[in-house]
Design a protein around this ligand. Structure first.
Ligand code: 13P
Length: 240
């Protein structure tokens, strides 16, 4: 398993349903990796192997999802064993798009995490509140429930990452204030003693113009980047 604690910052690109073969090759040629930090790219699953095969720049490769099942008659699914077989080191789980559009539940997030950790793949567990929940001051309550129900007992600060992604900040250009981000991260780290040393990433409208300030916050250990990670020049600035 990757030693997360040796990296001051972790940057994860989530390409979602974007990119193609020529995009990927051109992107990789232009990518400038700072090997002091941990940089992970999560392409659509059909390109995982392409990225692994051209990877000469010490990036890590992550999947955007994994099956809750280990093997069997589950058409269309990819197992954690298949991911590790292909040198995938990270996997997003419980992304809000999967929770909202594909009925992902906390129970399934937990099952996925267990399967991944057993294969020494690091789950990046995404949590976050909707705008309505934020406006009703429910952020803490919502995050607590997501954390309690989706993080398995076998998780610890060496084998699991948490990503705080307020749903209303994803793809909207809106972000919480720096103080709000830091205080939510600090709240997560203080839920239980065991969360104190977890790597907690922020995601939601991270771009080159705000990434260094967000990443410099005391309780932020890196960023999970969607749209801006598709522009390699922009992503190069974020990870530099
Ligand atoms: P944006 O960076 O496009 O807001 O997306 C964030 C995200 O969902 C990363 O997982």
């Amino acid at each position: 398993m990757i030693n997360l604690h040796k990296y001051p910052s972790i940057f994860i690109a989530n390409w979602k349903l974007n990119g193609n073969l020529s995009f990927l090759k051109e992107y990789f040629e232009k990518l400038k990796v700072n090997s002091n930090n941990c940089t992970v790219i999560c392409p659509p699953s059909i390109y995982l192997n392409t990225l692994i095969n051209i990877n000469t720049k010490s990036i890590f490769v992550g999947s955007q999802d994994v099956s809750i099942h280990k093997e069997g008659a589950y058409t269309g699914e990819l197992s954690s064993k298949m991911l590790v077989d292909n040198n995938v080191n990270f996997c997003l789980v419980g992304h809000s798009e999967r929770r909202q559009l594909f009925s992902e539940t906390n129970i399934n997030v937990k099952k996925k995490c267990i399967n991944l950790i057993e294969e020494k793949i690091i789950p990046v567990i995404c949590i976050g509140e909707t705008l309505e929940e934020k406006q009703k001051n429910l952020t803490e309550k919502v995050l607590l429930t997501q954390i309690k129900e989706s993080i398995p007992v076998i998780s610890n600060d060496e084998n699991t990452i948490i990503a705080y992604e307020p749903i209303w900040a994803i793809g909207t250009g809106l972000t919480p204030t720096f103080e709000e981000i830091d205080s939510v991260h600090s709240m997560i780290k203080s839920i239980e003693k065991k969360f104190k040393n977890y790597k907690i990433l922020y995601g939601g409208s991270v771009k080159s113009s705000n990434s260094s300030k967000i990443n410099a916050l005391q309780n932020v250990d890196g960023c999970l980047i969607g749209g801006a990670s598709l522009k390699v020049d922009e992503f190069n600035i974020i990870i530099s």
